[in-house]
Design a binder for this molecule. Structure first.
Ligand SMILES: [Zn+2]
Length: 256
């Protein structure tokens, strides 16, 4: 059986965290230009054409499919989903996109660039998939953590408004949630949460960059501001809190 390919080789992924973020951004720039090239005389293209651009633009082959958002993914504007082999090992990626009559509109390119950032951040960081597989899913933490993540860390309503009360409430929820787990599991979950939110911040920054570029190149109007979304969802405040909680737990464990 062919082994799934979900990470780029060491040659591409070596270096510091910042090096890898830069690498994602370089690859995104290339992908954006190639995607935009599809829209010379049209405002819509098929997902197959987009998939082909990925096949041609990625420096190494990875298992990736581009699909339309399924019925139960409709609450999201787009998404990067991983498939699991034997329920444990990440075996492929799927980028899900909004379509109309099965065609992807030029105005949604920033959404694609957001998901593209997630894809490349994953493919360039073997640790992310390893953490997910070995420490997270294997230990049966996934359901509880996903539930907390999608109720309190990142969901469509977290973008509604920013308020201190909302953040205080989040702090309380986090404390209650963690209190149900052993410190070693709290560490696994906090690591997963902060990694996921940091990747969101990166993806929204890339989305914003390409929204501005697209609007400039095609004389379009910016329909929303992804940077405002980062602020309203309080991603950076949450990441700081997660980092501090993690630090405290590790210190406490060391002193026992
Ligand atoms: Zn995202």
């Amino acid at each position: 059986m062919r082994l799934p390919k979900v990470n780029f080789s060491y040659n591409l992924s070596k270096g510091s965290v910042v090096d890898r973020l830069k690498k994602t951004e370089l690859l995104n720039a290339d992908i954006f230009n190639n995607i935009l090239g599809l829209y010379k005389d049209t405002d819509t293209v098929s997902l197959r054409q987009i998939e082909k651009v990925y096949k041609q633009s990625l420096p190494e082959k990875i298992d990736l499919k581009i699909k339309k958002l399924s019925q139960d993914e409709k609450e999201y504007s787009g998404g990067l989903f991983s498939s699991f082999f034997n329920d444990l090992q990440v075996s492929s990626y799927r980028i899900s996109l909004p379509v109309e009559n099965n065609l992807f509109n030029i105005i949604d390119i920033p959404i694609l660039m957001h998901e593209s950032t997630h894809l490349l951040d994953h493919a360039l960081n073997p640790k992310i998939n390893k953490n997910l597989e070995k420490t997270f899913i294997y230990r049966g933490l996934e359901d509880d953590a996903v539930d907390f993540y999608s109720s309190h860390l990142y969901n469509p309503t977290c973008f509604d408004f920013i308020s201190e009360a909302k953040f205080i409430n989040f702090k309380k929820q986090l404390r209650n949630f963690l209190s149900e787990f052993l410190p070693k599991d709290q560490i696994v979950m906090l690591n997963n949460f902060r990694q996921s939110l940091s990747m969101e911040v990166h993806a929204y920054h890339e989305e914003d960059k390409y929204m501005s570029l697209l609007c400039k190149k095609k004389d379009l109007k910016k329909i929303y501001n992804p940077l405002v979304l980062i602020e309203r969802a309080m991603f950076n405040l949450k990441i700081n809190l997660l980092n501090n909680s993690l630090k405290n737990i590790i210190e406490r464990e060391r002193n026992i």
